[in-house]
Structures are given as structure tokens and as C-alpha cells.
Design a protein around this ligand. Structure first.
Ligand SMILES: [Zn+2]
Length: 306
């Protein structure tokens, strides 16, 4: 197994780097990859890293089928309409922290807008919206609804030079980006003064891994499509590099039912399975406990441009 010479985020020495797992979901079995943990900045990262070609492949058609396999047929990844319905609760959860950052008539850019389930309701409410989506199936669908969608940030900038946004959103994108600091800096350059970047990432302290330590989850979690897994500590490290005010919020996406199905069957897809029996209140308090203790599955970053 190849060993990194230093941490790709904080440059700490090889002595601070330890293997987390060599089970890399979706990886070519003939190619030896692993995830490492940096004791210094607490980031987890894939090594050897993906080549630019490999990285690009995960942003196009391959990514969709990959996600469909992961989410199971109920995820509705293949069809944009189903995807929108399947993600309505996610959208509502996100709106709770996005709403207070929305100014009337704000211009919104979402990087990785998928089926448009976040952007389309914004557009219907009168916000000016643009999206970046490399997946052909989804971008055609959202374009069909009248939104301006570009296959890359480069092409958006080429088509709309000098345009600045009030809000830039991305959800579960940053962990796919080889150079996350550059990625965020580039978005800052596309923001108006006082504008904000709001993003979600998986938390490396996911309870299925850090509390319950479910072997089937470990095999599933560490994905070849992710160069990085950030914890709260490593996200603070990353965001401090921008030198701007920011907030970091804990969120919990998956419920107790999902966790029970992981524990019982070693599979995803259990969301809501036992909610009728246990009650919404129970599911909500379970999520709140995970958020309070920090063993939650999601982190939200909010960065403000001066
Ligand atoms: Zn480090």
C-alpha cells in the first residue's frame, strides 16, 4: 500500500497519517486505494488521490448510476420528477437554516443542482436562479423548466462574465472536489459583498460509524467518489483558511429507522420504516441527541464575504 508523505490539507508529516480503511466503495479492485486520517487537522482523505480523469468521470453519467445503486430504487435518482418528490423533506430541512440568509430578489447559484429540487421552488418564488450541473439527464430537465443551467462553473463564468450572486449553494459537492480551498475561493469571487456560500457535507463523525461501528456501513461509507471526509475539526481548519467570518452547524439527515435497518440488515433505505410505530417526536428527539452530542451525519457551513 502506498503511504502519503504528508497530509494533503495541512501538510503534517507522514508520522501523523494513519490508515482508516482500505475498503474503498466503488474502487477498481486491481487498484490499491485507502483512506487515511491526519492526526493534526483531523481530515480523512483518499490516497492515492483520483486522477483528474477519474474525478471527471464521477461528475457525469457514471455518478448518477453510482448514486442510484447507493440509494436503492426508492431514491428515485433516475427520474428527475421522482427525485424532486423524494427530496422534498430534505429541501424543507435545509430551508430552516437558509431562510434567514435570503434577501428579497436575491440571486442564487447552486453548484451541483441535480434535479433542481432546491432551485425550482426558489425560482417559482421570484428569486433569480442559475445552476451548475454536469449530469446530462438532470440539467436537461431543469433547463426544460426555464432555468439557466451550465455544465461547469467555467462555462457559467464564460456565459455571464462579471455577474455576481447573493447566495451560492452546494450540497454534498465539496467532499468530491480535489482542491476544496480553491473551489471555495472561486465561489467567493462570484459573490457580491455580504454574499454567502452555504454548503452541506457529510460529517466524518456519522454515528453509524463513530458510535455503532456497523461493519456493513463501513464498507459502504468510504466512497471512491470522495477525496475527503471532513469532521467538525477539519472543517474549521478548512474554513479558517478563507480568513472570513463563518458558521458551522450540525445537522442529522437520517433517522432512527434508517439506523435500525443498517444494524439489522446492513443496508441503507430504512428511512421512516418504524416512524409510525415510534412516532415523529421520538425520531425528532433522536436526531436532536445526535446533533447535541456531535455524533451527527451532516455539517452545514455558512461563509460570509466581507
Ligand atoms: Zn492534516
Amino acid at each position: 500500500m502506498a503511504i502519503p508523505e504528508n497530509c494533503p490539507l495541512c501538510k503534517a508529516s507522514a508520522a501523523k497519517q494513519a490508515v482508516v480503511t482500505s475498503h474503498v466503495y466503488g474502487s477498481d479492485e486491481n487498484f490499491s486505494r485507502a483512506f487515511f486520517h491526519c492526526e493534526s487537522c483531523d481530515v480523512r482523505y483518499q490516497f492515492p488521490s483520483l486522477t483528474p480523469d477519474e474525478e471527471a468521470r464521477f461528475y457525469t453519467a457514471e455518478f448518477e448510476s453510482f448514486m442510484a445503486n447507493r440509494a436503492g430504487s426508492a431514491g428515485g435518482w433516475q427520474k428527475a420528477e421522482e427525485h424532486i418528490v423524494a427530496n422534498e423533506l430534505t429541501r424543507q430541512r435545509r430551508m430552516k437554516y437558509i431562510e434567514r440568509h435570503l434577501k428579497e430578489g436575491a440571486s442564487i447559484l447552486e453548484v451541483g443542482c441535480s434535479s433542481g429540487f432546491m432551485l425550482l421552488p426558489f425560482s417559482e418564488s421570484g428569486y433569480s436562479c442559475a445552476g451548475v450541473e454536469p449530469s446530462g439527464v438532470f440539467s436537461e430537465f431543469v433547463k426544460g423548466k426555464g432555468l439557466k443551467i451550465y455544465d461547469s462553473l467555467d462555462n457559467l463564468i464564460k456565459s455571464r462574465p462579471n455577474e455576481l450572486f447573493d447566495l451560492i449553494l452546494h450540497f454534498f459537492v465539496l467532499e468530491h472536489i480535489a482542491q476544496p480551498v480553491d473551489f471555495l475561493k472561486r465561489q467567493l469571487s462570484l459573490l457580491k459583498p455580504g454574499g454567502k456560500i452555504i454548503f452541506e457535507i457529510p460529517n466524518a463523525n456519522d454515528p453509524l460509524y463513530s458510535v455503532y461501528d456497523i461493519p456493513a456501513f463501513e464498507h459502504f461509507y468510504w466512497s471512491v467518489a470522495h477525496p475527503w471526509y471532513f469532521s467538525e475539526i477539519s472543517t474549521h481548519y478548512l474554513l479558517k483558511k478563507l480568513g472570513l467570518p463563518y458558521e458551522l452547524i450540525r445537522e442529522q439527515r437520517y433517522d432512527f429507522s434508517n439506523h435500525m435497518v443498517w444494524a439489522r440488515d446492513g443496508k441503507p433505505g430504512g428511512m421512516g420504516r418504524f416512524t409510525k410505530t415510534l412516532g415523529e417526536d421520538f425520531e425528532e428527539s433522536y436526531k436532536q441527541v445526535l446533533i447535541k452530542t456531535g455524533y451527527c451525519d451532516t455539517l452545514v457551513g455558512i461563509v460570509t464575504k466581507k
